[in-house]
Ligand binder design. Structure first.
Ligand code: NAP
Length: 282
């Protein structure tokens, strides 16, 4: 069996096309969705990711503002910037590109973002709602993974999903979303014993470790769906795993484009929410 390659760029483009229509409706109502991105320091990967996000904003006709700050900014100064963006009428979504320098507490910065503008879905309020199955903003990469599975009509309910990685931004939230879709979910991490034995039971395998080539064909049950979140290098040995899986995401071109599509979707949602004047009580 050779796996079908999941085309994240094509699915992203479909989503962006739908969003363009929604943007037109919003503009007719006098609203242009706006995204502010805050980046601290000179991390080349962060700069690349921010550049890609802003490019998509511009293509969609969305308002965007990048706030580049030097690595020696203080936590208080960064919180003050977030508060200023919280009050900015032209900004519907705020994204702080992670990681931040070590002297800044990420939780303090994320918590300073107005939950109604938290388009990354990382604010504790939004994380809590995700936990109880009532999320408003879904975190972008996990939501993108579920959207990919659904786009390809893959059954999730009743399947055994094995998630490798337990970070707050990918592993944990994607596990919750899979559970919400009625999968039976197993989570693995760096202290998991017998990784190959556990992962090879998965009908759906999500690899989100940042460990290049961690999973090979010995980890994959024949016919399993394999989603590789690794970036910029793949977590999965693509060439050998594609010979046993039924579906597989490439790196690049799989999950990455979906993350950006979901960010755009959340920003449009935030703008709509402002119009509809639905309030989030925090
Ligand atoms: P992270 O915060 O570093 O977490 C990595 C997770 O992998 C941890 O839970 C860790 O376990 C686990 N892990 C590490 N080595 C392992 C091993 N040998 N066996 C089993 N588990 C292991 O990373 P992240 O932020 O979740 O990101 C993961 C990857 O996805 C990275 O390559 C990142 O660049 C990529 N990513 C891509 C996108 C995208 O849009 N394409 C978005 C976000 C992230 P412990 O908890 O025990 O340490």
């Amino acid at each position: 069996m050779t796996a079908k390659i999941i085309d994240g760029k094509a699915v992203r483009d479909e989503i962006l096309c739908q969003l363009k229509n929604e943007m037109e409706t919003l503009k007719q109502q006098g609203v242009t969705p706006g995204l502010a991105v805050v980046i601290v320091g000179d991390n080349p990967a962060s700069k690349l990711y921010v550049g890609m996000k802003i490019k998509k904003c511009k293509e969609l006709g969305m308002h965007s503002a990048v706030h580049e700050k030097s690595a020696d900014i203080t936590q208080e100064e960064l919180v003050a910037l977030i508060h200023q963006l919280n009050e900015d009428e032209n900004i519907h979504g705020i994204l702080v590109q992670l990681p931040l320098p070590a002297h800044i507490q990420e939780e303090a910065i994320i918590s300073a973002i107005d939950a109604k503008k938290d388009v990354d879905g990382f604010h504790p309020y939004n994380v809590g709602n995700l936990m109880i199955g009532d999320a408003y903003f879904l975190p972008c990469t996990p939501a993108g993974i579920i959207a990919l599975l659904k786009h390809y009509n893959m059954e999730i309910a009743g399947k055994h999903a094995v998630v490798v990685g337990r970070s707050n931004i990918v592993g944990k939230p994607v596990s919750l979303l899979l559970l919400e879709e009625h999968a039976t979910v197993t989570m693995c991490h760096s202290k998991t014993s017998n990784l190959a034995e556990i992962v090879s039971q998965g009908d759906i395998v999500i690899a989100a470790t940042g460990r290049p080539d961690l999973l090979g064909k010995e980890h994959i049950k024949p016919g399993a769906v394999v989603i590789d979140v690794g970036s910029p290098k793949s977590d999965v040995k693509f060439e050998e795993v594609k010979e046993v899986a039924s579906y597989i995401t490439p790196v690049p071109g799989g999950v990455g484009p979906m993350t950006i599509a979901m960010l755009m979707k959340n920003t449009v949602l935030a703008a709509k929410q402002r119009i509809e004047n639905t309030t989030i009580q925090v």
